[in-house]
Design a protein. Sequence first.
Lengths: 164, 185
Amino acid sequence: MRDERVAELMKQSVAGKEPREGWEQGVLAAAIRPRLHSPFRWALVAVAAPFVLFCGIGYYMWSHHESEKAALIAQRQSAERARAFAEHRAKELQQQIAAIEREQSDLEARLVLAKTEAQRAAIQRQMEANKARVRGLKDSGGFSGGAKVMIGGGDSTDPLQGIK
Amino acid sequence: MMDGEQEAQAALARGDYRRAAAILMQGFGGDVWRHCRLVLGSDDLADEVHQNVFVQAYRDLPTWQGRAGLRTWLYAIARHRCLDALKIRRRFFRRFVLTDRLPEAHAPAADPVVSADVARVVDTALARLRPDVRVAVVLRFFEDMTFEQMAEVCGAKPAALQMRVARAMPKLRAWLEEMGVRDAG
């Protein structure tokens, strides 16, 4: 079969066929219809655009708040740990000082009972050494009657920094 | 004496889109409908797609660039709308008829076809071609377009379209012969 025969068959198959009557009016009506609906589209845009905008701002604010909250919790936990460590250290120092003071009382009793000058001098040297140890422990900063906690930069003017 | 395309272009140049659309509908309405009818194989679907083609053309006339002729531009729109319609119809058959193939319209005829059966036979044979190949065959043999014109409509290279048509024709001829079609004379 020749290609011309195929073309002829195609033409023959739709020969005399036409689109339905009045289709032009249908096209014009359908083409113009969306213009009548355009106010609804604008109304939809007017509602949807602020909604999307507010949702975006809301999400930004919420996520910002969440990150601030997480940072604050982390800071509080860090301060708690530092405070517990300082209290433990202060307690240890107090125990050491109490032990030295007990030893000091024993030395005072031995000083009263000492019979020779050499014994007295040795006991007094030991007492002086004990006093120096107590001073050293107090000056080391661990014993100040309460815990000192510093978080972050030391140059802040915020008196509550680190213990919020 | 101006032809339809020149008249429509003159109306477009004046900014009279409604007049240009009317001239296009009058000048090419029948041809585009028959093209859609051959590609789609159904009068009702061709009516629907044909209307959509001209609705889109009417809306897009202000943006027509003039790179291709108005006729070619119309056929390009028709090609897109026909392929969309075929895709939708195929999806429908897959979902509700549970088969990948469109219904084979009719069994091969034992006797040579008479003219009343021509439309049915051509529809059946064309329906077995892939949609894009079917469009190319119809443009080539029904619209008598050159491969360069077809390239503007289909957005493909002329050589590719030539190959597409050349591969399709032996199959199409064989299917037509199976259904009893012979060379005239």
